[in-house]
Design a protein around this ligand. Structure first.
Ligand SMILES: O=C(O)CCC(=O)C1=CC=C[C@@H](O)[C@@H]1C(=O)O
Ligand SMILES: [Mg+2]
Length: 369
């Protein structure tokens, strides 16, 4: 893959409404956009999904930028690759920093698909023309959660994820279940429980949740296996799974019955594909998690979620869930609870250069020699 230059943009945009979890409330989103210019001016795009502070993982926009500028881009310049699947091995010389790696690796996948004149979905084995879309209701106010759920159901979403912690679990889940008895409802705890909360978590079993996401420690696999033995509700792991090995161990130990795959969390699309393939082999359903991202990462997620193992609606909502104006065109729209898989080459969405430039707070270009 011939690379002429790599440009990094740091963009910043306010969310339409605050996204509140027990860990952090996100009101503004900064992300890194990676633009790789290849031969004949073909351009591939990736998005760094680390947040501005290290509340979800240890990475931030600043650590990712440092990794890209001082390590990953120089490494790629010195070691040209022929296929984006080679990037994971090349980047493995650098420890962790998965979101920084994924930002560059996904741009390589988009560039390669465009050079091959293929949609990214068809390049990686996508089998469907549309995917079901799930939405996240992230608020500490129960009336707000009810109102948001009503609004999103009216917009066509079929699966709703709420945020829970020992402060608001039974109250939220019981009230939402009462008002929406047949809703595909799931809950994300973002590690807000310990095994001491076993009885609280068992009490949630009676509400028919699709799953409880990441109830225990962000880097735990062992205790989740003890907890899954006690619950009828499936546990879904998110933060605990940062590698193919983690997925293998979690499945072997029975730590979860569902896995949330996030391209940024696992270091890139290549590893996401391998985790998907392992889960299909072990009959563990997967879904594509979200990172309150802009349209480039959302587009990569749509392609990933078109693979056969993605049988549960992911956190892939429309662009309008978070943004007044996205950086892609057309924007991602949800029709009857589904998102169409674009047929165009690469990620299948054009970059809205006007919005990208308007929202850019910093940019830097690296010429490949
Ligand atoms: O992107 C979306 O629509 C939802 C994102 C989302 O739920 C999360 C993003 C990042 C951290 C958490 O709050 C949560 C998650 O754990 O999945
Ligand atoms: Mg989660």
């Amino acid at each position: 893959m011939k690379i002429e230059s790599i440009k990094l943009f740091i963009i910043k945009m306010p969310l339409k409404s605050p996204f509140a979890t027990h860990l952090e409330t996100v009101t503004d989103r900064e992300s890194i956009i990676v633009e790789i210019t290849g031969r004949d001016g073909v351009q591939g795009y990736g998005e760094g999904v680390a947040f501005s502070s290290p509340w979800y993982t240890e990475e931030t926009v600043k650590t990712s930028y440092h990794m890209l500028k001082d390590f990953l881009i120089p490494l790629l310049e010195k070691n040209p690759i022929n296929h984006p699947a080679e990037a994971t091995e090349l980047f493995s010389r650098i420890r962790r920093n998965h979101m920084a790696k994924a930002a560059l690796e996904t741009a390589l996948w988009d560039l390669y698909a465009k050079e091959q004149k293929l949609s990214l979905s068809s390049l990686i084995g996508g089998k469907v023309n549309r995917i079901p879309s799930g939405v996240v209701v992230a608020t500490a106010s129960l009336p707000d959660a009810i109102r948001q759920t009503e609004n999103y159901l009216a917009e066509g979403y079929r699966r709703v994820k709420i945020k829970i912690s020992p402060k608001n679990d039974i109250e939220f889940v019981s009230e939402l279940r009462k008002r929406f008895p047949t809703l595909e409802l799931m809950a994300d705890a973002n590690s807000s429980y310990t095994m001491k909360d076993l009885n609280r978590l068992k009490a949630l079993d009676e509400y028919g949740l699709l799953m409880i996401e990441q109830p225990l420690g962000h880097d735990d696999i062992i205790e989740h296996s003890f907890l899954q033995n006690e619950l009828t509700t499936p546990i879904c792991l998110d933060e605990s799974i940062v590698s193919l090995d983690d997925a293998r161990k979690a499945i072997q130990l029975g730590s979860c019955r569902v896995i949330n795959i996030k391209i940024g969390r696992v270091g890139g699309l290549e590893t996401a594909l391998k985790i998907h393939d392992l889960c299909v082999e072990k009959e563990i359903p997967v879904w594509c998690g979200g990172m309150i991202e802009f349209g480039i990462s959302r587009a990569h997620n749509i392609a990933l979620a078109s693979l056969p193992g993605f049988t549960i609606p992911g956190d892939i909502s429309g662009s309008g869930r978070y943004w007044e104006e996205d950086i892609i065109e057309p924007e991602v729209i949800v029709i009857n609870g589904h998102i169409e898989i674009p047929k165009e080459h690469g990620i299948g969405f054009k970059i809205n250069k006007k919005t990208l430039i308007e929202k850019t707070v910093f940019e830097e270009t690296f010429r490949m020699h």
